[in-house]
Design a protein around this ligand. Structure first.
Ligand code: M6R
Length: 600
């Protein structure tokens, strides 16, 4: 979702900003723009579409050592050059980029700017116009910005340039992520450290409702009340090769292939010298002392939560509920006396989850975030964090982060079981090691999954995934993967539920991908496959060794019965990848989607 970059230094900012925006492309966007400042003034370039389109409209003869840039994912007003950021104030004195949603922009407009006609359809424009208005009425610039930010309701990360003071960039933040990078002869601003690794790996976090004044050689952080805050930068532990595709055609394929390594990395990070699982004591205490766990997540992370529930309940006997973050506060269940909330989020920035976390904190309950980004908002604000160690995930479609989440939830369940004195009849780390090897075997058979994608998915307009027990959860994930990148209408169903309505949609040739990795439901899912085949469906059965039958399309090597989702999702990820590729879709940047969903 929208991304911000900014630069103030000695070099020409143009290329730094454009390269930075390219690093933020993975977040999802539909227009982009930059503003460059030089002795002649502020030059704004913006365009609908990709950064490549923006590059075409940027005047290469214009340079400047200060600038801000933005990728916009439309919320208020369609994607267009007009609505793209940066936005300028009425007098063109102030230029601004913004991420987030200003919920009270119409009210502010009526109250302060009723005499003005906004130029764009965006909620953003109100910020820059208010600053200009307050300055025109006599306020100092910093006071005008502070007053404006204090009036805003909703979420914002924003960078502002004043034409009359071109050596300063003002930065504000509330709920939406934003970092300041501290360099040698330059300071930078970025929604994600990845965007500005080209300049520095030293970053300063900004907390909500802070104003940061950035010059070439200084960064001053203040609260909106004017109190100066002292904060040390941290080193972003990112390797620039982690965020390059290398020889891969797409990040998604690279990230699918990285899964065996990720699982081995997780084993290593969470293993004691004696081979047992190592989690922090305070996390163990929080889990064992709770009487019910509430998992809150969205999308793929929600699917990991469904699998996590099974693992935790079976291994620890602690009851677990899994909730879609965006619904939780509206459909809040009766909570137990001593709940623990677990937030699962690859990005750690998902606004729907943060909304719940804020409420949970108000109620005084303990919270644990399972995330791939330890410095993220959800990680900082929860009581505890479990890192999934998957490395940066760039493709919008989540793959390695999902399997990493399930692996970490497995270890959480194992550690809790041990703390409760429950004996396990298997060695979890050894079994995860077997999963990693099986993942490798699956990744080595890409041609087979490409064939399956060609045979079943090259023409179809819809596809069903069916499974029972844990396979059902993997079907939900497989269908999400397929629909988000190939635009085939794909739905995952519990095998037994089809006949209660959905079977009406089965026509001659409708692909039905069935998972059969669970011994205790093997016969029933195969019965469900027969039901759809009798109505003309084209079934594609993916089974597990020991349960296979002659006509199965693919047989996965055996892994421990509790860990099958970590293996069975790989064929579904690869089938989705090749289906999207064959249909000419933009695999890494599917339409309408954002990697980091920072608006509710
Ligand atoms: O960063 P998060 O894990 O909180 O993101 C949640 C969802 O937005 C995310 O999983 C989304 O469903 C992915 N695009 C799925 O591939």
């Amino acid at each position: 979702m929208c991304g911000i970059v900014g630069y103030i230094g000695a070099e020409d900012a143009k290329e730094v900003l454009l390269r930075g925006l390219e690093k933020l492309e993975y977040r999802g966007y539909d227009s982009a723009g930059i503003a460059l400042v030089n002795n002649e003034g502020v030059h704004v370039f913006k365009e609908k579409g990709r950064i490549a389109a923006l590059r075409d409209v940027v005047d290469s003869s214009v340079s400047g050592t200060v600038g801000i840039g933005h990728t916009r994912w439309a919320t208020h007003g369609p994607p267009s050059r007009l609505n793209a950021h940066p936005h300028q104030s009425e007098t063109a004195r102030f230029t601004l980029v913004h991420n987030g949603v200003i919920e009270n922009y119409e009210q502010l407009n009526r109250e302060y700017l009723a005499d003005m006609t906004m130029k764009s359809d965006t909620d953003t424009e109100i910020i820059v116009q208010l600053i200009d208005r307050f300055v025109s009425e006599g306020s100092e610039v910093e006071a005008a910005i502070t007053k404006t930010l204090s009036l805003l309701k909703g979420s914002y990360a924003t960078a502002i340039i004043d034409k009359q003071d071109p050596d300063t960039v003002y930065v504000g933040k509330n709920k939406s992520p934003l970092l300041i990078g501290v360099g040698e002869e330059a300071n930078v601003i970025a929604s994600d450290a990845m965007a500005m690794l080209q300049v520095t790996n030293q970053f300063l976090e900004i907390m909500d409702e802070e104003l940061v004044i950035v010059t070439r050689d200084n960064v001053t952080i203040k609260t909106l009340e004017g109190k100066v805050i002292s904060r040390k930068p941290y080193t972003a532990e990112l390797d620039s090769s982690d965020i390059e595709k290398g020889t891969y055609p797409h990040f998604m394929l690279k990230e699918i292939d990285e899964q065996p390594f990720v699982i081995r990395n997780i084993i290593q990070k969470y293993q004691n010298e004696d081979g047992s699982v190592r989690l922090e004591d305070n996390i163990r205490t929080a889990v064992t002392s709770s009487d019910r766990i509430y998992i809150i997540a969205a999308g793929t992370s929600y699917h990991a939560g469904l699998v996590g529930k099974q693992l935790i309940e079976r291994l620890t006997k602690c009851p677990v509920e899994v909730h879609i973050a965006s619904e939780f506060l509206y459909n809040m269940p009766v909570l137990s006396e001593n709940p623990l909330f677990i937030f699962i989020s690859q990005s750690g920035e998902t606004a729907d989850l943060r909304g719940v976390l804020v409420e949970v904190k108000k109620l005084g309950y303990q919270s644990l975030t399972v995330t791939n980004v330890p410095g993220s908002t959800l990680s900082r604000e929860a009581d505890f964090t479990l890192h999934t160690y998957a490395g940066p995930e760039i493709a919008v479609a989540s793959t390695k982060a999902y399997t990493a989440q399930m692996a970490v939830l497995t270890l959480l369940a194992v550690d809790t079981a041990k703390a409760k004195g429950i004996e396990l009849d298997f060695d979890p780390l050894q079994e995860l090691g077997i999963v990693a090897t099986v993942m490798e075997t699956l990744c080595d058979q890409k041609e087979r999954f490409e064939q399956i994608a060609s045979e079943f998915l090259s023409e179809t307009r819809n596809c069903f995934f069916i499974g029972r027990a844990t396979d059902y959860f993997v079907c939900l994930e497989g269908s999400l993967k397929l629909k988000e990148i190939s635009y085939i209408q794909a739905e995952g169903f519990a095998g037994g539920e089809l006949k209660h309505g959905t079977i009406a949609l089965i026509e001659e040739g409708t692909p039905v991908i069935a998972l059969a990795t669970q011994e205790h439901v093997n016969l029933s899912i195969r019965g469900n496959v027969k039901e759809v085949a009798a109505r003309g469906a084209a079934p594609c059965i993916i089974s597990m060794k020991g349960m296979e039958e002659d006509d199965d399309s693919f047989v996965i090597p055996t892994v421990h019965k509790l860990l099958t989702p970590l293996a069975s999702v790989i064929p579904l990820q690869l089938i989705a990848y090749y289906a999207a590729l064959h249909r000419g879709c933009d695999v890494d940047k599917p339409r309408n989607l954002a990697k980091s969903v920072t608006v509710e």
